[in-house]
Write a protein that binds this ligand. Structure first.
Ligand code: ATP
Length: 366
């Protein structure tokens, strides 16, 4: 089921005495292709949950429209939208068994929508099978681990055979290992069922690893969307560049003079087509090539060996990050006792941004 969000806006009355309004989501337009998994990604308070709640029908938009396929669902109540929703706090009924929890949404259906008892049991077994909890059906939620509880919540959302699956930070209550495992399971289930899925997270790594597309939000506004690798390789703004990637992008103050990019006094890269100006320079950790005659000189702090890669940790007065982290192949020979390290830069891993607005400035290196 394709989902189309057209100019969605949501304003809330501001809390507190001053009155006024908070714009939680601002003119958000986005198309989610049928069968894809999309991550809504952004820092706390950027409007991710509000967007999800509007898709689900829990919040009514102040402006704009929502389509499921060709159907305008903007005014449709949640129970008629055919959505399955999973929240951060699994919200299972503690007094019901796993089976009863999964059956609950079906037993609540009325009239002709209510399946026969047999059909309900068949669907519950199928949903439990998808998330691999068949052997836990008679337990109570308190007898399950966090990961198992979350799987029950997912099965409960799947049992209605929803047109759309909505997941709001579904992994944040799990420990690191379970997070990894559960996110892979979610991806597998999503692929198997082909249900169009929207996944809310503030964790960029999570979003990058499981989604077909990501939509990065800031203060209610959609900043950029696309396939994870595309957005990582071609960020439209400093905000997006900073938000994606571990270790994070290294940001320097720089200046373009006569078609050449300078960091401090050093000319580090040609920047053809850019008018003279001060700029922010973003360099991905994998954009540094250690070379004795490299253009950029940094103070070496330490070298960390991480198996396949090494991380060179250094500093530079023009760098806004506390330390510069560069990731290079472990075969490279580095003198860890040296006081300085020199780097050449890989042009495709260097981005320029407008100093005030943070907008990307495109350039040709050479
Ligand atoms: P988080 O990751 O912390 O859950 P989020 O990106 O999901 O954040 P939202 O919960 O959608 O963000 O909130 C967006 C903005 O709208 C925030 O400034 C929030 O304070 C505000 N907001 C959300 N719900 C309400 C409400 N019911 N009344 C007033 N303001 C609200």
């Amino acid at each position: 089921m394709k989902i189309e969000l057209q100019n969605l806006t949501k304003k809330f009355p501001a809390r507190g005495k001053k009155g006024g309004e908070v714009t939680a989501v601002n003119d958000f337009s986005f198309e989610i292709p049928d069968g894809e998994l999309i991550a809504l990604l952004g820092p706390s308070g950027c409007g991710k949950s509000t967007t999800l709640n509007m898709i689900c029908g829990l919040e009514k938009p102040t402006g704009g429209r929502i389509f499921f396929g060709n159907e305008d669902v903007t005014a449709l109540p949640p129970e008629l939208r055919g959505v399955g929703m999973v929240f951060q706090n699994y919200a299972l009924y503690p007094h019901l068994s796993v089976r009863q929890n999964i059956l609950f949404p079906l037993e609540n259906l009325k009239g002709k929508d209510r399946p026969s008892k047999e059909e309900m049991n068949r669907r519950a077994a199928q949903a439990a099978g998808l998330v691999q909890i068949e052997e836990l059906m008679d337990r109570k939620p308190r007898e399950l681990s966090g990961g198992q509880q979350q799987r029950v919540a997912i099965a409960r959302a799947l049992v209605k055979m929803p047109r759309v699956l909505l997941l709001d930070e579904p992994l944040s209550n799990l420990d690191a290992r379970l997070r990894l495992q559960t996110r892979e399971e979610i991806r597998k289930i999503q692929k198997e069922t082909g249900i169009t899925t929207v996944f809310v997270t503030h964790d960029q790594e999570e979003a990058m690893s499981i989604s077909d597309r990501i939509a990065v939000m800031k203060e209610g506004v959609l900043m950029q969307h696309g396939r994870p690798q595309e957005v990582y390789d071609d960020p439209a703004s400093l905000f997006v560049a900073r938000f994606l990637g571990t270790p994070p992008i290294n940001v320097f103050q720089g200046e373009v003079k006569k078609g050449m990019l300078y960091i401090g006094e050093e000319a580090v890269l040609p920047a053809a087509g850019v008018p003279d100006q001060e700029v922010c320079v973003g360099i991905r950790p994998e954009g540094f090539l250690p070379r004795g005659d490299g253009e950029l000189g940094c103070q070496l702090s330490r070298v960390e060996v991480m198996g396949r890669d090494i991380s060179i940790v250094s500093t530079h007065p023009a760098c806004a990050n506390e330390v510069i982290r560069s990731i290079i192949n472990a075969d490279t020979q580095i003198d860890a006792s040296a006081r300085t390290v020199r780097f050449s830069l890989k042009p495709g891993k260097v981005f320029l941004f407008h100093k005030q607005t943070g907008e990307r400035i495109r350039f040709t290196a050479g």
